[in-house]
Design a protein around this ligand. Structure first.
Ligand code: SF4
Length: 327
């Protein structure tokens, strides 16, 4: 899709993970065909930015070679980032069961019931492993629980004859650093540079990890202890309390440099959740934040305890953001 800095290309992984070859290929695409920036999304996908129309044939050829073009629909399944082989096989089966031509926003998730639950994320179909079996949720309604071998069929038939069970959504929780045999790595605002991704691939190869897993928290998980230089591994890092969309100049709707201003806010020691949005669309965060700054005409509208579309209480120039500390 067109964006302020060229074409933006969204790539969906199989079962929530890219192989090292795929990740290296995507880093190369970003470096040679795009502007070197890649974004991790809240639907556990990856976006390459800044491509020119003239690069589309080369892009398609490379994505095809990497196995990232076929079965678009089947890859629209989020998987919890620590899922084991059985859960990932379930995700694959669910993806393969989805008919082509679903709306682009139709999404599914499969949660393995482990310590990094994604069961609270939005999904048209959710399969969540519990001690009693696989709980099935369709269109927000829990249909019940069934055996793992029947879960996909139960979801597609929307069967109401399952053993009744409702599981409360577990708020998604980002955890970073060492997690058993995994390492969780975050990047500010979900933005990863092509050289960073290439370095991570090399580090994974040396450490024995075979893939890079994505998550709805825009953190990456790898199945080894890897060199985390350049990544955030401290869950209390102030940058992780701030969401900021790409802003200007990357997005044509923005008149403010959201991410530069967000970094300045982080350095000022704000201890609340902050959403810096280039405009009222609020792409970076759908939940309310303690402080929301909404760009318009080169200034920010200020919203407290709300969302980007809420009424602003006043406007403030970007170079006056430090005054918000005492307000
Ligand atoms: S919130 Fe507005 S400025 Fe930011 S990425 Fe979305 S459309 Fe662009």
């Amino acid at each position: 899709m067109p964006s302020g800095d060229g074409l933006l290309v969204r790539v969906r992984p199989w079962c929530g993970a890219f192989t090292l070859e795929q990740a290296k290929g995507l880093a190369d695409i970003a470096a040679t065909l795009g502007n070197g920036h890649l974004d991790l999304t809240r639907r556990a996908n990856l976006q390459i930015r800044g491509l020119g129309e003239e690069n589309l044939p080369a892009l398609h050829e490379t994505l095809d070679r990497l196995g990232l073009l076929e079965d678009e629909t089947a890859r629209n399944v989020m998987v919890d980032p620590l899922a084991g082989p059985e859960v990932r096989a379930l995700a694959l089966a669910l993806g393969r069961s989805l008919p082509e031509g679903r709306p682009a926003k139709f999404g599914c998730l499969v949660d393995g019931g482990g310590p990094l639950s994604i069961s609270g994320e939005r999904a048209d179909i959710a399969l969540c492993v519990t001690p009693e079996g696989v709980a099935v949720r369709v269109d927000g309604e829990w249909l019940g629980v069934t055996e793992i071998d029947h879960a996909v069929a139960a979801a597609s038939a929307s069967r109401k004859s399952l053993a009744r069970m409702t599981i409360p959504p577990v708020p998604g929780r980002r955890r970073l650093g060492r997690l058993g045999s995994f390492t969780g790595l975050a990047v500010p605002f979900g933005r990863i540079e092509s050289h960073q991704l290439a370095d991570l691939v090399a580090s994974c190869a040396m450490a024995g990890a075979s893939e890079i897993r994505l998550s709805p928290w825009r953190a990456l998980y790898v199945g080894a202890v890897v060199d985390a230089a350049g990544f955030i591994v401290d869950e209390n890092d102030p940058l992780l309390r701030i969401e900021a969309c790409p802003g200007a100049p990357a997005c044509a709707s923005a008149t403010v440099d959201t991410r530069a201003d967000a970094r300045r806010l982080a350095a000022m020691g704000f201890d609340r959740t902050i959403h810096v949005s280039g405009c009222a669309k609020g792409c970076a965060r759908s939940a309310p934040a303690d402080l929301v700054l909404v760009g318009k005409d080169g200034r920010y509208g200020v919203v407290r305890n709300g969302k980007a579309r809420d009424a602003v209480e006043r406007t403030i120039a970007p170079d006056a953001l430090a005054r918000l500390r005492s307000a």
